[in-house]
Design a protein around this ligand. Structure first.
Ligand code: ZN
Length: 311
C-alpha cells in the first residue's frame, strides 16, 4: 500500500466516512409516486424549461445506499426569482427497485438533509373514504394520521429537538400548488385545497386497504388513504423543511366497500391525469421561492442542553 493509501486507510478506520461530500446543494426536492406512474419524470413530461442534468445517481448514507436520484434544473425563465435553480428528484416506489423496503425514506431524507433541502413536494394518488370526494378530484390534505409517526426517525441524539405535529403540511407551499392546479385541472373534477382541512391516513402498503380498514380510518377522521405521505411529512419536519403533498383520487368510497367487485382502482383515471399532475408539479416547483422564509422552519426546535446532558 502506498503512503497515501495508508493515510486513507487510517483515516477510514478512525473517523466516520463523510458520506455527504457528493450531494448537490439544492433547496427543493420532488418525490414522485403513483401520480406519475409510467412516466419518466421529468423527461416524459411536456413542459418547457426543465431538464434532467443527471439521472441514476446513488448516494451513500449511514443507513445504506440510496439509489435512483435525478438532479433536475429549472430554467431562469420559469422560476420565481428569474434565476436558474436545481432540485433533487426521487421516485418513491422505486427506491430500491427490486424489493419493498419502507426504511428507504430514512436514507432518502438523510440525502435531502445534507442537500440543504427546505421544501419537499410529494406526488401520489389516494383513495377517498369521504363520499363527497370523487375519483379524478385533486386533494391537498391539511393533516395526516399515522399512529406510529415513523419508525425511521432521522433526529440526532435523544431529546435534542422538539418536532411539532402542527402545520404538518405547509400552507404557503399549498397555496402555490392549489393556485397552479386550479389553472390546469380538468373542469369536470374538483381541486380540494388545504382550506378544506381534509385528513389523509397513511397506510404503508403495498397491499391496498381492506373494506374494514377503510371504515376504521374513516371513523378516525380520515378523508383519504395514502401510501406515500406520512414518512415524507414526518421526515420533512425532522430536517426542518416545508412539506406539501399533491394527490389525485383513483378510488372512491364505494370502490372500497364493494367486496364482490374484484378491482379497487378506477383504472381510467390514472393515464388521463398523470401527465397533467406531472405538469402541475413541475410548474409548482418552478414557482416556489428558492430560499423560503416560512413558519414551518420554527416547528423543529432545539431543546435546552440539560434535558439531554443531565439524567
Ligand atoms: Zn412552510
Amino acid at each position: 500500500m502506498t503512503e497515501i493509501g495508508n493515510m486513507l486507510a487510517n483515516h477510514t478506520a478512525s473517523a466516520p466516512a463523510d458520506h455527504s461530500a457528493d450531494i448537490p446543494q439544492v433547496g427543493l426536492a420532488i418525490i414522485t409516486g403513483s401520480a406519475n406512474w409510467g412516466l419518466a419524470f421529468p423527461e416524459d413530461i411536456e413542459f418547457d424549461g426543465v431538464r434532467t442534468l443527471r439521472r441514476d445517481i446513488s448516494f451513500e448514507t449511514p443507513f445504506g445506499r440510496s439509489d435512483n436520484w435525478k438532479l433536475i434544473e429549472f430554467d431562469a425563465s420559469i422560476t420565481a426569482e428569474g434565476r436558474t435553480k436545481r432540485a433533487l428528484c426521487m421516485y418513491s416506489h422505486g427506491n430500491p427497485r427490486d424489493h419493498i423496503d419502507h426504511s428507504c425514506h430514512r436514507r432518502a431524507f438523510w440525502v435531502l438533509m445534507n442537500a440543504g433541502v427546505k421544501q419537499v413536494l410529494a406526488c401520489s394518488t389516494v383513495g377517498a373514504i369521504n363520499k363527497a370526494i370523487q375519483p379524478g378530484d385533486m386533494v391537498v390534505t391539511a393533516d395526516i394520521i399515522e399512529l406510529t409517526q415513523t419508525p425511521f426517525s432521522l433526529l440526532p441524539d435523544r431529546q435534542s429537538f422538539d418536532c411539532s405535529g402542527k402545520q404538518i403540511v405547509c400552507p404557503r407551499c399549498a397555496t402555490v400548488l392549489v393556485e397552479t392546479a386550479r389553472r390546469h385541472w380538468p373542469a369536470e373534477c374538483r381541486v380540494h385545497g388545504i382550506e378544506q382541512q381534509l385528513v389523509a391516513a397513511h397506510c404503508y402498503g403495498p397491499r391496498l386497504t381492506t373494506p374494514a380498514e377503510a371504515l376504521a380510518y374513516r371513523s378516525m377522521g380520515a378523508d383519504v388513504l395514502n401510501h406515500s405521505i406520512a414518512p415524507e411529512a414526518t421526515l420533512s419536519r425532522e430536517i426542518g423543511a416545508c412539506f406539501v403533498p399533491f394527490a389525485f383520487v383513483t378510488a372512491g368510497f364505494n370502490d372500497y366497500m364493494d367486496r364482490s367487485r374484484q378491482e379497487l382502482l378506477q383504472e381510467h383515471v390514472l393515464p388521463s391525469l398523470s401527465m397533467i399532475a406531472s405538469r402541475v408539479a413541475l410548474e409548482t416547483a418552478a414557482r416556489l421561492p428558492a430560499n423560503p422564509q416560512c413558519s414551518c422552519q420554527g416547528l423543529k426546535s432545539p431543546q435546552p442542553a440539560e434535558r439531554s446532558s443531565r439524567f
